[in-house]
Design a protein around this ligand. Structure first.
Ligand code: NAD
Ligand code: DAU
Length: 353
């Protein structure tokens, strides 16, 4: 039976990579991409599939319940994959309310409409349906120098962004506990790869370095993130939807911890060798730290490996070279994104550089 996926936030970084991954690897599926097209969205990300008869785009906002209901009325949905979110920590520090609206209220709206469409009058859910909430390792808070986040680590979010994602996770859990709605939650570490909006560390450093602009490092640059190439995250989500036990949470991570400063130096080295020898560590500029900055994230992904057989396929050395190459070669994409709003954001954020 042909399955229909409702992918929310599919015009953003991971959502777009997920849609392309799914349509490339599975013939017999339909995908509806529901996206409000915020500053972070870019339909250019989906150019290669926009004419595919299995793909449909709907401009709709998770904060508007009627718009979600219309999508469910017009389509028989089997799987919901909820990527849609305000995703940038720095923006959440400046404007927490937007994060409550989309990440919390939007997720609850989507849960409510999915339940309404999938549940019969006896409170039983249609066979085979699934609601997957794409969450983040940031809901667990911050680690010291040792240890890993497991699925049983208590939630301890610090930023308005991670607090909103943790709240959404608790609503998803409540729909499982109260209604037995078939849900799963994935909590992934930092993703990188093509199509990531320029405000995030890796694309920002690539873009600024190519343009010989300062490279802002928050605090001492010794914060640790656990990086995963985006298609490895997409493969994990694909597996969870089809194979996971209902109600379970899965951590996803690359076992690839790096200091921020080392990420920046790696990018400089690649660009110096391949693009312009003027690109050097002299561009690095230490700036004021992010408020409440989490020190270290590290994921224990043994559950998804053991239960679902997932393994990352792209190692960091290969992934970062591919990513840098993508931004160097896709000048038009970069120009489009930078002129649409990134440069204004950058000037506001880093005006003192
Ligand atoms: P992104 O910011 O690149 O994209 C978010 C997308 O959601 C955009 O297309 C935007 O238009 C859409 N959107 C925002 N508000 C909406 C609304 N109210 N209604 C409908 N659409 C809306 O984000 P991303 O980096 O691709 O992250 C996707 C998801 O994965 C998020 O839920 C994020 O919390 C989670 N996540 C991200 C990472 C990461 O490293 N980027 C890691 C783990 C988990
Ligand atoms: O861990 C998963 C999370 O990863 C996702 O849930 C978020 O949606 C995603 O944005 C990302 O959050 P981070 O805050 O870790 O990502 P960001 O790229 O903003 O920053 C990565 C690290 O680099 C962080 O320690 C802050 C630092 N940084 C970031 C920027 C933008 C800098 O030092 N300088 C910068 O200019």
């Amino acid at each position: 039976m042909k399955k229909t996926y409702l992918v929310t936030g599919g015009a953003g970084f991971i959502g777009a990579n997920f849609i392309i991954h799914m349509l490339t690897n599975h013939k017999d599926i339909n995908i509806i991409n529901l996206d409000a097209l915020t500053y972070a969205a870019n339909l250019e990300n989906l150019k290669e599939v926009e004419k595919d008869s299995r793909y449909k785009f709907v401009k709709a906002n998770l904060c508007n319940i009627k718009e979600i209901e219309d999508v469910f009325k017009e389509n028989e949905i089997d799987y919901v994959v909820n990527f849609a979110a305000e995703s940038h920590v720095d923006r959440s520090i400046k404007n927490p309310t937007e994060f409550v609206k989309t990440n919390v209220e939007g997720t609850v709206n989507l849960l409510a409409v999915s339940k309404e469409a999938w549940e019969n009058s006896k409170g039983e859910f249609k066979q085979g349906v699934r609601f997957l909430q794409v969450s983040t390792d940031e809901v667990y808070g911050s680690l010291g120098e040792e240890g890993y986040f497991s699925e049983t680590t208590p939630l301890d979010p610090h930023s308005p962004y991670s607090a909103s994602k943790a709240s959404a996770d608790l609503f998803v859990k409540a729909y499982y506990d109260t209604f037995k709605m078939p849900v799963n939650i994935t909590r992934c570490s930092n993703n990188y790869g093509p199509n990531q909006f320029l405000e995030k560390l890796i694309p920002l450093i690539i873009f600024n370095a190519i343009n010989l602009k300062p490279l802002p490092i928050y605090g001492d640059g010794k914060q640790v993130r656990d990086w995963l190439y985006v298609t490895d995250h997409c493969r994990a989500i694909d597996l969870v939807i089809k194979k996971a036990k209902v109600g379970e949470v899965y951590n996803v991570g690359g076992n690839n911890e790096k200091f921020n400063i080392d990420i920046v130096k790696t990018i400089i080295k690649i660009l110096k060798e391949t693009v312009n020898e003027k690109i050097s560590e002299d561009l690095i500029k230490y700036v004021e730290d992010r408020k409440g900055h989490d020190r270290r994230y590290a994921i224990d992904a043994s559950k998804i490996k053991k239960e679902l057989g997932w393994e990352p396929q792209i190692n960091f050395e290969e992934g970062i070279k591919k990513t840098v190459k993508w931004y160097v070669e896709n000048k038009e994409w970069v120009l489009n994104v930078s002129s649409k709003g990134y440069l204004k954001y950058y000037e506001e954020m880093y005006s003192k550089l």
